[in-house]
Design a protein around this ligand. Sequence first.
Ligand code: ZN
Length: 499
Amino acid sequence: MALIINGPVKSFCYRRLQYLSSKFQMHILLNEMKEMAAQKKVPHRDFYNIRKVDTHIHASSCMNQKHLLRFIKRAMKKYPGEIVHIERGRGQTLKDVFESMNLTALTSAWTLWTCTRINPAEIFIKTDNCVHGKYFGHIVKEVMADLEESKYQNSELRLSIYGRSRDEWDKLAEWAVNHKVYSENVRWLIQVPRLYDVYKIKNTLANFQEMLENIFLPLFEATINPRSHPELHLFLEHVVGFDSVDDESKPEHHIFNQESPLPGNWSDEDNPPYSYYLYYTYANMTVLNHLRRRRGLHTFVLRPHCGEAGPIHHLVSGFMLSENISHGLLLRKAPVLQYLYYLAQVGIAMSPLSNNSLFLSYHRNPLPEYLSRGLMVSLSTDDPLQFHFTKEPLMEEYSIAAQVWKLSSCDMCELARNSVLMSGFSHKVKSYWLGPSYTREGPESNDIRRTNVPDIRVAYRHETLSEELQLITHAVRTDELDGIDEEDTLTMGPLTGQR
Ligand SMILES: [Zn+2]
């Protein structure tokens, strides 16, 4: 926190980032033709048939509006008599619900969504409702079938665990197993909404510790004795990690420091701050991971929404605790953090179409800048139900980015390769998609026949990063950063430029 507001450090990092942008421009001037030629030499491989992963997408909105509307119409024909809603102890059928809404002929999906007393989302895109998530299961299966048909597109869908009660995991797992919502093209992430304050006010929870226990105890139990939660054990095979979600711009009334109460003593009605949620998720997940590793089970990673809006310090927590993050928009205003995310190659799943609707216009989105500097960025859709029109939302996302920012075919393939690297798909799958040496450094990690990324691009990224790391370690060794605490006494001259 002190570093990111330190004047000299800020200007140092700002200059390094500017340098990285200019250096990339130079690389393109010199090597664009070579990159293109290398790509053309690879037979049967182009942007369409390289693997790409939608690294950030919510399951409850993974379908587009047209798909959902058609699904609802089909459900009305097929199950008109099914009880889908209980009001004052009386069951209402699907037919009743739609008649009560004066919607005998559905024409537009969105008017339906906005004007009604009973939210159709409750019926169609929830896992835990009157029909036990049957419709949601079916529609997710349809999305999965589309992904499988497209073959090269994959998704990391988010499902919610709220931490309100101990049986949420078993119910969710039961839904997944009963409806066979499983696909080779899909992995799950569990999103935990930061809603402690809401449950506390309703008296559902006594303190924050209870929320943590509701989220983590079933996972410990299923790890220690899989037979105690058979469905959960199966479901967890396809879960790769945790996400933390909510509006980051909500005001925070506390700072997380040594004086903060432990979760068992957090019985305030106020919500704990972002960093508190992230830290305790990380801490519990880490203990769980040790246990899982010892038992030969796969481990989880933390991949929160971070830096979409709100205070910059969310990105500090994200940097320290996360495998990678979603959004990272605010790094554009924080040169020190942006440089750190670059040096550590922390992945950033970016969704410019979603940002465009909610927080930042498309033209001001920092993605092309991050990409040129060599940050580990990927493209993701976030919320196709709201933002996309076609059956292939991820391709739509890439296509718009390519047009607006004039991305080259090499840039696109680099983004796609990043998305696979960042994703939670297994080592075996990644080896198949990217080449068996993908974990090595530099061009030997790359197999252009699979990734369609020219070695020359991978080599450029590797050399550039190595130089920056060397610069930093050299600077530290020669104590040149020593005076940096005494603000403004040090000019950053000797550290920048050519050395
Ligand atoms: Zn999101």
